[in-house]
Ligand binder design. Sequence first.
Ligand SMILES: [Zn+2]
Ligand SMILES: [Zn+2]
Length: 238
Amino acid sequence: MNSSTHCILCGDELVYTNDLSEINCHFCGEKAETELSCVNGHFICPKCESSSVEDLTMIHCLNTTSSDPVSIAMDLMNHPNFKIHGAEHHFLVPAALIAAFYNFKGQVGLKKEALELAWERSRNIPYGFCAMNGTCGAGVGTGTFISIITSASPLSGKEWQLSNMMTARSLDRIARSGGPRCCKRDVFIGFVTAIEFMDELLGVRLPVNSRISCPFHQANRECTREECMFYPEMKPVR
Ligand SMILES: [Zn+2]
Ligand SMILES: [Zn+2]
């Protein structure tokens, strides 16, 4: 797919109109004038086109109204600056979960501080932490999310327990999927596990599409293909 002629969000064609029209950027929400947008009306402003992935994650999570963490993360991971594997996935997981959770609860005013906390707590988890420390950063991101929304501290009771339980459940599932590492798969496992966890333990049922079909497998040389539950011919999550 040629990204200069196709939309990075939906893959459909970019088309020119004869007139300049005003359109909102999909990521930052700001209005801009353009002659070029995709047939489905997606537009990305020049600033968001060249943003760092961390800035883009922050701004998109602040602006999106979606309650589906998978869809929020999928838009970000489709951005050309988002690598197939990398430490940026460690912030992506709590950020997309925070955005979806507070959007669903109608508490959008709580997003900014929560996202800044998630960035502070995720930014120092290095790439390769999964293999070198036996602790996948995407799995940790789910525990970071629960810690932030429950205001857990080292002295908390229930909140401390929930945060650690969240990470443990994600890591267990990530481990069972086996190596080699895949940041996309591990992000998806984190979301599936966190969505179930919220439903079971917080009574929050996010309106999400239950089937995740990974569009990134061709870009990942080590993709385990049929062995992965998110390969387009998906097996149920174990
Ligand atoms: Zn599009
Ligand atoms: Zn923008």
